[in-house]
Design a protein around this ligand. Structure first.
Ligand code: SAM
Length: 276
């Protein structure tokens, strides 16, 4: 069997008696036109290594394999093992490696033998944000990420200072990566449809990514500043250095966190580190 002779995804699911399980955040993309479009947006080259979290019935996995990617797919729901093994047999030998377990606990650099790898995934809603934080903050860093999120989370990743959705996630994502929303996907495109629409976000690493120490400082400061986002910085950052630190970073102590851009938070991190 080859990829183009596989039955449609709906038939594969039915043949294996599989239904979506809410506990695993399962909303499937069964239209290969959509999964192929997501893979085009990932801008992969044949032979690229890709980590996919949550292959489920394998719609995105099929499109990745068609594009010539070498895929390591991590799935928590073992019910999908027989179906995914059929897909692995239909693909080029060794093009699909299946791992059954929790992606939050995966050691990516071990799984992909320290080669550079991209992440492409229609993420489960319940663990999408912690997985993104894990990949943004390292130690393992993907060559790029093309990820489906709930629209509201996608907005929080790509938001700019002053936007309602601007917060910690935007600062950490944009300090480490170039982040852009590249495709809107309506709820009806999924089986079963979730309550909200989704969007695909593409993230590529910044050349001037902060060092691990600077990134830790950024996490500490943004946790304090956005933990009390309605307060002025001089109050929310009082315990971390207060007005003198904020002024040394060239910022107004009366400003609120939501108005400080990523560069401003990076200056704060530098001053905080200098003064420790
Ligand atoms: N990629 C498939 C698609 O697009 O049709 C399925 C996407 S579905 C939104 C999320 C998938 O992630 C499910 O297959 C689910 O079982 C799996 N999953 C949920 N939590 C997981 C975890 N912690 N680690 C790995 N996979 C997980």
């Amino acid at each position: 069997m080859s990829l183009d002779t596989l039955p449609p995804l709906r038939e594969s699911l039915a043949a294996h008696g599989l239904m979506a399980n809410k506990a695993f955040g399962q909303h499937f993309l069964l239209d290969l036109n959509i999964t192929r479009k997501i893979v085009r947006l990932a801008e992969l080259s044949p032979g690229d290594r890709v980590i996919e979290v949550g292959p489920g019935p394998g719609g995105l996995t099929r499109a990745l394999l068609e594009a010539g990617a070498r895929v390591t797919a991590i799935e928590k729901d073992v019910r999908f093992r027989p179906l995914l093994q059929e897909l692995a047999l239909a693909a080029t030998p060794d093009a699909l490696v299946l791992i059954f377990g929790d992606a939050l606990e995966a050691h990516e650099s071990v799984l992909i033998e320290a080669e550079p790898a991209h992440v492409v995934s229609n993420l489960p809603y319940n663990v999408g944000t912690p997985l993104l934080i894990k990949w943004l903050t390292g130690p393992w860093r993907p060559a790029s990420m093309t990820l489906m999120f709930q629209k509201e989370v996608a907005e929080r990743i790509a938001a700019r200072a002053g936007d309602d959705a601007y917060g910690r996630l935007a600062v950490i994502a944009q300090a480490t990566s170039h982040a852009a929303s590249v495709m809107d996907v309506p709820a009806r495109a999924f089986t079963p449809p979730p309550k909200v629409d989704s969007a695909v976000i593409r993230l590529t690493p910044r050349g001037d990514r902060p060092s691990p120490v600077r990134l830790d400082a950024l996490q500490t400061l943004t946790a304090a500043a956005f933990g009390q986002r309605r307060k002025m910085l001089r109050a929310s950052l009082k315990a971390l250095g207060g007005e003198p630190m904020i002024e040394a970073a060239g910022l107004n102590p009366q400003a609120r966190a939501e108005t400080i851009d990523v560069a401003g938070f990076l200056r704060l991190a530098d001053v905080w580190l200098d003064r420790r």
